[in-house]
Design a protein around this ligand. Structure first.
Ligand code: NAD
Length: 311
């Protein structure tokens, strides 16, 4: 019985995790390539005898899942499961779990960092100085601003709490949210209209799963509702935003800045036109890449896999 482990950064925590699997008799196939696997590569490695996969962002499509004939469980090293065909997994009797709570603080902190970068342009100022300049770029304060947090799950709540701590007015949009105690405790307002939240906010931060319902939730129509001074933060998934419409809105200064940790195609092509805009900021899907989150993701995903395989 074998376990395939695809995430590149998993190897840093193999001393803490591999023995947990090995003592149960599993042989481990680790990813030593430093790359994300393709469908064919996963099928080649996990087609037979592999009962469990700990997966990063590699594609576990219906084609892959159906060709991994001994596969019983998939454990996500992280939380976004949009690279896994959940319907196919269910049909094939393959259990799927994500490492809930492993990286919410880290992603929330990056979202806040992107807000400060958009507001104060720290990396631009530093680059100016390193290039021999001493020019300042005028910023804005976050305190007193209204932030619309779209999605009130594990990460959205951490962002909302931190924004409250910064003295911001926090409005949450999440049609499935039902924790009134959280709203009361932190003084957060729940609004049932996305349009209203987009129109009233100085900053919008997306904390949504990518689903058919949320794909392109930010599009030419919704961008039109936002203030020209507004800042869009996306640390969730690239396809929540229609990038063509975002490009037009940023170029025409219909919104002020977009700062993202994710992109529809990762990595983006070097001639991607959004990358040429000064008011577009992109980090390389680094939200969960902290020492603390990576350790938790490795441990939680290993424990989840062991639990699923025991059933
Ligand atoms: P979560 O499941 O805890 O929360 C998602 C929230 O979105 C839920 O409260 C749900 O009710 C809400 N929601 C669903 N559909 C909605 C809609 N149409 N409108 C408004 N709200 C809606 O997920 P999470 O842990 O907070 O993670 C959010 C996303 O962040 C993940 O799905 C993943 O894509 C992304 N993520 C990115 C990184 C990174 O490295 N950048 C790391 C972890 C997660």
């Amino acid at each position: 019985m074998k376990i395939l482990i695809t995430p590149k950064s998993f190897k840093d925590y193999k001393a803490q995790t591999f023995p947990l699997l090995e003592e149960l008799g599993y042989e481990i196939i680790a990813n030593d390539t430093g790359k994300t696997f393709t469908e064919e590569e996963i099928i080649g490695l996990a087609g037979e005898q592999v009962v469990g996969i700990i997966v990063g962002v590699d594609p576990l499509t219906e084609k892959v899942l159906s060709r991994c004939r001994d596969l019983k469980a998939v454990s996500k090293y992280g939380v976004g499961v949009d690279n896994i065909d959940l319907k196919a997994a269910e049909k094939l009797g393959i259990s799927v779990e994500s490492a809930v709570g492993s990286n919410n603080i880290s992603v929330a902190e990056l979202a806040i960092a992107l807000m400060f970068e958009a507001a104060r342009k720290v990396s631009v100022l530093s680059a100016n100085v390193k290039n021999g300049g001493w020019d300042r770029v005028q910023g804005i304060e976050l305190t007193g601003k209204t932030i619309g947090v779209i999605g009130g799950g594990q990460i959205g709540r951490e962002v909302a709490k931190r924004a409250k701590g910064l003295g911001m007015f926090v409005v949450l949009y999440d049609p499935y949210f039902n924790d009134s105690e959280f709203l009361r405790q932190y003084g957060i307002v729940l609004c049932d209209s996305l349009k209203a939240v987009l129109a009233m906010s100085d900053l919008i931060s997306l904390h949504l799963p990518l689903t058919p319902e949320t794909k392109y939730i930010i599009n030419s129509d919704t961008l039109k509702l936002m203030k020209p001074s507004s800042i869009l933060i996306n640390t969730s998934r690239g396809e929540l935003v229609d990038e063509e419409s975002l490009y037009t809105a940023l170029k025409e200064k219909r919104i002020a800045v977009a700062a993202q940790d994710v992109f529809s195609k990762e990595p983006p092509s070097p001639d991607e036109k959004l990358l040429k805009l000064d008011n577009f900021i992109l980090t390389p899907h680094a939200g969960a890449y902290t020492a603390e989150a990576v350790e938790r993701m490795a441990l939680y995903s290993t424990q989840n896999l062991i639990r699923m395989l025991k059933h």
